[in-house]
Design a protein around this ligand. Structure first.
Ligand code: GLU
Length: 410
């Protein structure tokens, strides 16, 4: 099964729970628009290079399309479709006034210089600028893109359409970005975990946490959970991982990343592979890298009690069934990593109002949204006697369907 099949299967269970049939199902399974563009840039050595970019707009009944842009060799139409659909359900679960979209460029940014990435980003804006906009579709960072890419995006779009800071979120703080946006997804994961533990009458202090993926989401989740008293027992990136049973010194991990570009070889740690990290004994496992890493093969062997999905689509449908049967509590992606898009909303609001919020205000409003989101999931799970992931899809579908109906469709 592909990632798109998994997303459709989760959705299909929600259709069944709500008694949706034929046309309704097709409406919510099918994206509104799929855009595929050819991008040609000049490499630094003067040669031409050729790439394919995508933007999929899934649903905008609750507000403008919204979702990140990823630069990765695996980006294809199926994956972008799946991720765009997840954004529709994510913005509905966390109740921000956006729909769902996703985009990306099939490329390996590790082989591209910064100047080449800039040219690629600008060509992408040239190719899609007619179908996006501050009230139409608002991109943001995702895998391998960051504030710098968003700054180029904003600049190129504004050259074509006039000053438009609200066309993209996740911008640098000194170029119309929001305080707290960079850490927001990881901070949201932290709030999700704290809320789930509080609900179960447990304490974060001393809990063992393993984090797969020490990028923007995973590293912030690790740092913020450590600051709450958790022990981060392992972290990893594409090159491999490090572990320490007493808890890693994250300042040392950060220094290693700064010096070498990877967590691998951090002094005072032992090595661990990505595969071994997923099945190590811990209280909370945070997959925060790519999709489809928890599968029917490794799900029977996972030794965590909670999974907090920092990544999008990390758990296949078959793995989810195994984990449900084993009583592992999953904080699903469309809730657990919604802190990013929530603070994207705050950034967009500040751009539109030409106003700035303090970081304390952003963080406290984010906490309110994550807590409310968790409570809504628990209530839905109680009503439908299901797990939190199933509840998330049901809640999201109810909200999107209500908006669609009131607009006059359905
Ligand atoms: N790429 C992030 C996500 O998957 C953020 C999206 C956004 O802020 O629009 O949720």
């Amino acid at each position: 099964m592909s990632m798109l099949d998994d997303t459709q299967a989760y959705l299909s269970d929600a259709f069944d729970a709500l008694g949706f049939t034929g046309l309704q199902k097709r409406l919510f399974q099918t994206p509104s628009r799929e855009v595929k563009v050819e991008l040609v840039i000049e490499r630094d050595n003067g040669e031409l290079a050729h790439f394919i970019g995508f933007r999929v707009q899934h649903d905008n009944s609750r507000g403008p399309y919204k979702g990140g842009l990823r630069y990765h060799p695996h980006v294809d139409l199926g994956e972008v479709n799946s991720l765009a659909s997840l954004m529709t359900w994510k913005t509905a679960v966390i109740d921000v006034p956006f729909g769902g979209a996703k985009g990306g460029i099939q490329c390996d940014p590790a082989t591209l210089s910064l100047r080449e990435q800039e040219r690629l980003t600008r060509r992408f804006v040239d190719a899609i600028h007619e179908v996006i906009g501050p009230y139409t579709d608002i991109p943001a960072p995702d895998v391998n893109t960051n504030g710098q890419h968003m700054a180029w995006f904003f600049d190129q779009y504004s050259r074509l359409n006039g000053h438009s800071p609200g066309v993209v979120t996740g911008k640098p703080v000194d170029l119309f970005g929001s305080a707290g946006r960079e850490a927001a997804t990881g901070r949201g994961v932290m709030f999700a975990v704290l809320e789930a533990l509080r609900h179960d009458g447990e304490d974060i202090r001393g809990k063992k946490v393993a984090v797969q993926g020490y990028g923007n989401v995973g590293s912030w989740a690790a740092r913020l959970l450590a600051a709450q008293g958790a022990q981060i027992v392992a972290v990893s990136d594409v090159r491999g991982g490090v572990q320490s049973p007493e808890g890693l010194d994250l300042a040392a991990v950060d220094a290693q990343v700064k010096a070498t570009g990877s967590v691998v070889g951090t002094p005072g740690t032992d090595a661990i592979t990505n595969e071994a990290l997923l099945v190590m004994a811990c209280d909370i496992l945070i997959p925060a890298a790519l999709g489809e890493v928890i599968t029917a093969d490794n799900a029977p062997h996972l030794r965590c009690r909670y999974i907090a999905e920092g990544a999008n689509g990390p758990t296949t449908y078959a793995a989810n069934q195994i984990l449900n049967a084993r009583g592992v509590t999953t904080l699903p992606d469309i809730f657990a990593n919604a802190g990013g898009v929530t603070v994207s909303w705050f950034e967009w609001v500040q751009n539109i109002q030409q106003f700035q919020w303090t970081e304390a205000e952003v963080n406290s409003r984010l906490e309110d949204k994550m807590r409310a989101g968790f409570q809504a999931l628990v209530a839905t799970a109680g009503r439908h006697r299901c797990g939190l992931r199933e509840a998330a899809f049901i809640l999201a579908l109810e909200r999107v369907a209500a908006a669609t109906r009131k607009r006059g469709f359905l």
